[in-house]
Write a protein that binds this ligand. Structure first.
Ligand code: NAP
Length: 155
């Protein structure tokens, strides 16, 4: 199957995305937004993000990147390398890349689209999204939501 990558991320004004293995904020409207965007799509994430979720997200094919050959939690598809994606029967050709920083950095050059929830302000954080604006020539006008603004970048 031919597939393509779309990023989904919530970041603040400094591109902060994480703090001590979790999100730096709690914004229920963004969690609903995330669910709406990702539902029925394969979601691709790093092992640490999967552990922060604590369980596979329902209604989505959960694909987790890990180099650890012994890591085999139930209900998810583990891949050791991106090339293994070709062996998976995907529920949808648009793969949603949902983090964290390591996985965003790896996939950013391959993303044709990026959904950004811009959280206002500067939050205490230890994990950041890489600079990305220069990679996407176009973006939608920011759509104000409850606690963030939704922007879609395309190329
Ligand atoms: N704001 C947001 O939208 C958002 C979204 C997602 C996550 N986050 C936050 O981001 C933080 C986690 O990010 P993170 O960068 O520390 O971790 P991560 O990207 O979620 O996971 C890193 C792990 O993925 C595996 N991995 C990475 N590159 C790989 C490759 N090329 N091949 C195979 N496996 C690979 C490794 O697992 P092994 O060690 O098992 O080999 C690595 O330790 C958390 O704070 C989380 O809450 C925020």
């Amino acid at each position: 199957m031919i597939f393509h990558f779309t990023g989904v991320v919530a970041m603040d004004e400094r591109r902060a995305i994480g703090l001590r293995g979790s999100l730096p904020w709690h914004i229920p409207a963004d969690l609903r937004h995330f669910k709406q965007i990702t539902m029925s799509h394969p979601i691709l994430m790093g092992r640490k993000t999967f552990e922060s979720l604590g369980r596979p997200l329902p209604g989505r094919q959960n694909i987790v990147l890990s180099r650890n050959a012994d890591y085999r939690p139930e209900g998810i598809c583990i891949i050791r390398d991106l090339s293994e994606l070709e062996q998976i029967k995907l529920q949808n050709p648009e793969i949603m890349v949902i983090g964290g920083a390591k996985i965003y950095k790896l996939l950013l050059p391959l993303m044709s689209k990026l959904h950004v929830s811009r959280v206002p302000g500067f939050h205490k954080a230890d994990t950041f999204f890489p600079p990305f604006e220069h990679l996407f020539p176009a973006h939608s006008s920011p759509l104000p939501m409850d606690g963030f603004s939704a922007i879609t970048y395309t190329r």
